[in-house]
Design a protein. Sequence first.
Length: 296
Amino acid sequence: MSGRTVVITGANSGIGKVAARVLAQRGARVVLAVRDVAKGQAAAGSMRGDLEVRELDLADLRSVRAFTAEFTEPIDLLINNAGVMWPPLTRTVDGFELQFGTNHLGHFALTNLLLPQIRGRVVTVSSGGHRAGTIAFDDLQWEKRPYKPMAAYGQSKLANLLFTAELQRRLTEAGSPVIATAAHPGLASTNLFRSTGRFARLERWVLSLFAQSEDDGALPTLFAAVAAVPGDSYAGPSGFLEGRGAPKLVGRSKEARDPGVARRLWTVSEELTGVTFPRIARMAHESEAADRTGRR
């Protein structure tokens, strides 16, 4: 990874921190994009290598725009890792349901705004929980229905996979060499599970029996980031029910494979965030093609 720049959201803890540590050890310049800069600096201080901490709050589109406006250098690898899971009903700064707003819309805006600088790969971390999700286009923000944290989480993680599929379709159509992939960590013992809420006792029991370590949970992300895999591939653990084990390419739900849903979600996401797929990706390819034609 020497000479390559990597941006990882939520890299101050969990599998994001592990991925940052491993990639920095392999020579990458790693930017930890985190909401809490102090925690990010503490995480970076525990690692070796070329590391930088920058503030990014995915629950605030102004913060996303500020981060991307200041990031002008090329990016070889963007890992959309940050996420929230099962909170009580909460709204982002922009009024979105917190899980959908952070896990999907924040990363949607971040990726598209950074895309003109990305020259390698975009990895988005989803979850096996996507299988329980559905995209409720008539109530994406849980304004009409009683709020169900697990269902809202499933919707956001399903959105991650649909985003990856449609992003790859658009990149291919634009002739861009960038590829979009996705991964899920299986059941990993991270701070996402360390709650004191109504599910805390169940979480601790499940983790004690079935969870793998944060280091092992990061392996699918790293696999999706550097392995020779095609665009729109999805990596996860190879063990029982994809809960743990060495990484491999895995399947996804029927809805996650629906191109019509993916395109509709993309359009809605553009409307909600005010961010669109940049034409510059196509222009850069056209410029390179013209240069090659001229040389011939």
